[in-house]
Write a protein that binds this ligand. Structure first.
Ligand code: NAD
Length: 257
């Protein structure tokens, strides 16, 4: 099992990484891994308290991190955050777009507000942030974009229409940027986690009925941990992935095998 002990010394020395949605869960594990491997890390999140804890945790283990408030639903907040993040070390080399929400709801009970909240956080937010970060990457002809998609980008789950649609859209956004920006030295890829133990999935993991169904779907026979995603996601941000562009890397214990 991937643990916080798996890491590659100094892999991201000299790189500045922006992890949007990095205050907890998968984003937090990615931010910790990047910092441990010597990146300067900006955590941007709407949850100030969890963000402060994540930054403090990185700092106390000798890493370089700072937190900047951002609500990805608000274009002004995104622009302000990206400006501030860029000013910190003069640039952003790696963008990890991890912010996301999802709430199960029968299609016939869903209204426009429910749809917009999920699609705007998961997909429009990725557009707003990458649109603000990419110009400086184009200028330097260097950059890595990693978008947190899902197995739901490929396999639909009932009662998750806006989540499924947003995650499918996020994969196609990653692919579009791979096509459009590859010639500018920018790689754009997506990660597709399966079932990972975080706040988002806590209610599901508590449901015996759900777990009974799910356990049989995962050939590796266990639920993933945030650290299981940190390794593959940071690989996509590393020089080892210089020729990887436009993929969706599923990290799901074989669920989609
Ligand atoms: N946990 C899983 O099983 C799983 C599976 C597949 C994909 N994912 C995806 O991985 C990503 C992280 O999920 P997680 O499980 O770690 O969830 P999480 O709830 O633990 O973390 C999500 C983070 O995004 C932040 N966020 C939410 N709305 C925001 C906003 N408007 N502006 C800024 N930040 C915002 C939250 O504050 C939180 O820190 C999500 O995009 C999720 O869809 C998770």
């Amino acid at each position: 099992m991937a643990t916080a002990e798996n890491w590659i010394p100094n892999r991201f020395q000299g790189s500045v990484a922006l992890v949007v949605g990095g205050a907890q869960g998968i984003g937090r594990a990615i931010a910790a891994r990047l910092a441990r491997e010597a990146a300067d890390v900006v955590i941007a999140d709407v949850d100030r308290a969890m963000m402060a804890r994540a930054v403090e945790e990185i700092g106390s283990s000798g890493g370089s991190a700072r937190g900047i408030f951002c609500n990805v639903l608000q274009p002004r907040s995104v622009r302000k955050m990206v400006d501030e993040a860029t000013r910190w070390k003069g640039r952003i080399d790696i963008l990890m777009y991890v912010a996301g929400i999802g709430k199960a709801m029968p299609y016939l009970k869903m209204d426009e507000k429910d749809w917009d909240a999920t699609v705007d956080t998961n997909l429009k937010g990725a557009f707003l942030v990458s649109r603000a970060v990419v110009p400086q990457m184009v200028e330097r002809r260097r950059g890595k974009l990693v978008f947190m998609a899902s197995t739901n980008s490929w396999d639909a789950e009932a009662e998750l229409a806006p989540y499924n649609a947003s995650k499918a859209g996020l994969f196609l956004l990653a692919k579009t940027l791979a096509r459009e920006l590859g010639h500018c030295g920018i790689n754009s890829n997506a990660v597709g986690p399966g079932l990972i133990r975080t706040r988002l999935t806590a209610p599901l993991l508590k449901s015996r009925k759900f777990m009974k169904k799910y356990e049989n779907l995962i050939p590796l026979g266990r639920v993933g941990e945030p650290e299981d995603i940190a390794g593959p996601a940071t690989f996509l941000a590393s020089r080892d992935a210089d020729y990887v562009n436009g993929v969706l890397l599923f990290v799901d214990g074989g669920q989609l095998a």
